[in-house]
Structure formats: structure tokens, C-alpha cells
Design a protein around this ligand. Structure first.
Ligand code: PMP
Length: 366
């Protein structure tokens, strides 16, 4: 028997506001074709694996010491990467890093949200935004998108004026719908926002839109751009997220971060992964071409596909999306039910995985 198993969640002195909530729960199933969590399907090549092993071996000899609390070497390389990717000159003071961008987002809400404060997001969007808000006791204000999932910027600007949220989340490209937001629209949103605007650019490398880092100099007190190595960098298991903002924003995050939050092992492995950026990012082009192929094939089957410049697509219509999700699973393909009526989301995989998905779709798409 399991000690303590006689007690249920309802019997714990849990915070009232957490009662009845559900944890984040993308199924982790052992299925041949896993296309449900927007990972990069290409594993690290042997050269990168060897570099990570060597870097971690070197650090292993110093594990009696705490890591660099401020991850200066890693932030320096992240600044170099992001500057070259966006054309915006960024320094180490503009960068912050944590264990995945989820932790970055949590630190942002710890510093700029919290009890008595509000965070607004345009739904459907990344399901962790309201969950992190709830964990930090930030009141969540859901705002709508248009029926085609695009963002109505004029309506959004009005809403920011009337609701006056302390934090606004804008996901671009948006998960789970795939569209990104032009810089001019972002500028209008930031101009109207009374607090900070977190532009969640987890999938930015898959899009050709200009990054919101272009707005940091113009709106230093308001723009925070969140990024991750989990997608384009094929480093989801390494857990490395980062942000770019004015140096004062980074100073604010130092007030809430746990000391030594980023282990020496993570820092060393992420630095090794960054040294291989050019090779890894080559997969982004392949995945973008595969995305266009998947979209064309799905459309050919009669599916309605939401335009995407990310590494996933939302498609339908399914009269019974739960049954369709199960049919894909029966074909050995794990896709994602993101809770949107009539729709499922599929991550773009390797060409062979996409072929398996498309073969299943022939039988499942109505
Ligand atoms: N933002 C968005 C929009 C995402 O889709 C994800 C991952 N699904 C994340 C942030 C978090 O990713 P990570 O913590 O792995 O950086």
C-alpha cells in the first residue's frame, strides 16, 4: 500500500482558489507517431550530443559549487543569437533565462501580476497562461478572438482601455491556432496597454514576421518578449526558456527568481546547443516546407485548415473531435485535442511521420 493514499485532494488544506482546478495535461503516451506537443521531431545529431556530453562532463567536476546565479555566459550567447536572428542589437543585460519559457512566464507574473492584479489573454491561446496566472494568484481576464481565430486589434485596443490589465499576453505565432501578428498591430496593442505586454514568441523561428524585440527600445517599460529553445532548437528536454526586455525588467525578475534556479548542467548543455544553432535551425526550413505540404494535403482531403506560420496546424471540422482524436490514436498517431469545438491540432513531424498522419487523415477527415 502507498502511505497516505487514504487521503484525497479534497481533504487537504489547499488554497480555496486552487480547488477544482485541473493541472496541465497533454497526454504522454507511447505511440509510434507523436504529434501532440509541438516539439521538433529531429533529434540532436551525434556531433551535438558529443558536445553536450563533453560540456556536462567538465561541469560535473564542479558540482559541489552552486551555478552562476545570473547565467552570464549563457545570457551573453542568447543575446548574440537573438540579435543575429532579429537584427536588433541586444546585450546580456537585455536577456534573462529560466527552466523553459513556462518558468520565465511565471517569474513575469510573480513580478508584474499577483494578488489584486489582472492578466489578459486572447483565447484560444496557450493554455498555460491562465494556469500560471492562477498559480501566482493573478486574476485571469479571457478576451475573445474572431471566429476565424485572428486578432481583432481595434476591439483589443478598446478592451485594454476598459479592462486595464496589469499584464497582457499576446502569443505570436499563436498556439494552438498558428497565426502571427504584424509588428504594426503589436505596436497598437502595446500603445494601448497600461501595464506590460508579454509577447510569447515560442514559435518565432517558424515565422517570417518581425520579432517584437523591435519594440523594446520604443516601449522599454512595457514590452517583454518570451522565447524558448524547446521548439526550433530541438531542446525541449533541456528546459531552457528566455526573454528579451529592457535591463530594468531583468532587474525586476531578480527579485522573484529562486537563487541558482538554472543548474550548471542546464547552462552548460544549453551553451553547447547554442554553438550548434546553425545546424539545428536548418530543421526549421524543412519543417516549414513540411507544414505547407501537410496543409495542402489536408486541404485536398476537404479539411478546413487554419493558416499557420508555426510548426503545427489546427484543422477540422469534426462533428465529434474526441472520436476523431481516438481514431488517430487507433492509427498510431497522437494529435492534440486543445478543447476547440470541431478542431484538432497536429504538430509537424518528420516527412515519414507526416505521411503516417496524412494516411490516417484520408480515413478520418470527413
Ligand atoms: N509558450 C507557448 C506558446 C508554448 O506553446 C509553449 C510550449 N508548448 C511554451 C510557451 C512553453 O515552452 P517551454 O516551457 O518548453 O519553453
Amino acid at each position: 500500500t502507498v502511505p497516505g493514499a487514504s487521503v484525497g485532494l479534497g481533504e487537504l488544506p489547499l488554497r480555496e482558489d486552487l480547488r477544482g482546478r485541473s493541472p496541465y495535461g497533454a497526454p504522454q503516451l507511447d505511440v509510434p507517431v507523436r504529434l501532440n506537443t509541438n516539439e521538433n521531431p529531429v533529434p540532436p545529431p551525434p556531433g551535438l550530443v558529443a558536445d553536450i556530453v563533453a560540456a556536462v562532463a567538465e561541469i560535473a567536476a564542479t558540482l559541489n559549487r552552486y551555478p552562476d546565479r545570473d547565467a552570464v555566459a549563457l545570457r551573453t550567447e542568447l543575446a548574440r543569437y537573438l540579435a543575429s536572428a532579429t537584427g536588433v542589437g541586444l546585450a546580456v543585460e537585455n536577456l534573462w533565462a529560466a527552466n523553459g519559457s513556462n518558468e520565465v512566464l511565471q517569474q513575469i507574473l510573480q513580478a508584474f501580476g499577483g494578488p489584486g492584479r489582472t492578466a489578459l489573454g486572447f483565447e484560444p491561446s496557450y493554455s498555460m497562461h491562465p494556469i500560471i496566472a492562477s498559480g501566482t494568484r493573478t486574476e485571469w481576464l479571457p478576451a475573445p478572438r474572431r471566429a476565424d481565430f485572428s486578432l481583432d486589434v481595434e476591439a483589443a485596443v478598446d478592451l485594454l482601455g476598459s479592462r486595464r490589465p496589469d499584464v497582457v499576453f499576446v502569443t505570436s505565432p499563436n498556439n494552438p491556432t498558428g497565426q502571427s501578428i504584424p509588428l504594426s498591430d503589436l505596436r497598437a496593442l502595446v500603445s494601448a496597454a497600461p501595464g506590460v505586454v508579454v509577447v510569447d514568441e515560442a514559435y518565432a523561428e517558424f515565422s517570417s514576421r518581425e520579432s517584437a524585440v523591435h519594440l523594446i527600445e520604443e516601449f522599454p517599460t512595457r514590452v517583454i518578449v518570451s522565447r524558448t529553445m524547446s521548439k526550433a532548437f530541438a531542446f525541449a528536454g533541456g528546459r531552457l526558456g528566455y526573454l528579451a526586455a529592457a535591463p530594468a525588467v531583468v532587474e525586476a525578475l531578480l527579485l522573484v527568481r529562486l537563487p541558482y534556479h538554472l543548474s550548471s548542467l542546464t547552462q552548460a548543455a544549453a551553451l553547447a546547443a547554442l554553438r550548434h544553432a546553425t545546424g539545428t535551425l536548418a530543421s526549421v526550413r524543412m519543417l516549414a516546407e513540411e507544414r505547407d505540404r501537410v496543409v495542402a494535403s489536408l486541404t485536398g482531403l476537404g479539411a478546413a485548415v487554419v493558416p499557420s506560420d508555426a510548426n503545427f496546424v489546427l484543422f477540422g471540422p469534426f462533428a465529434d473531435r474526441a472520436a476523431a482524436w481516438q481514431s488517430y490514436l487507433d492509427h498510431g498517431v497522437l494529435v492534440r485535442d486543445v478543447g476547440i469545438d470541431g478542431h484538432l491540432r497536429v504538430t509537424i513531424g518528420t516527412p515519414a511521420e507526416n505521411d503516417a498522419f496524412l494516411a490516417a487523415s484520408k480515413e478520418i477527415v470527413p
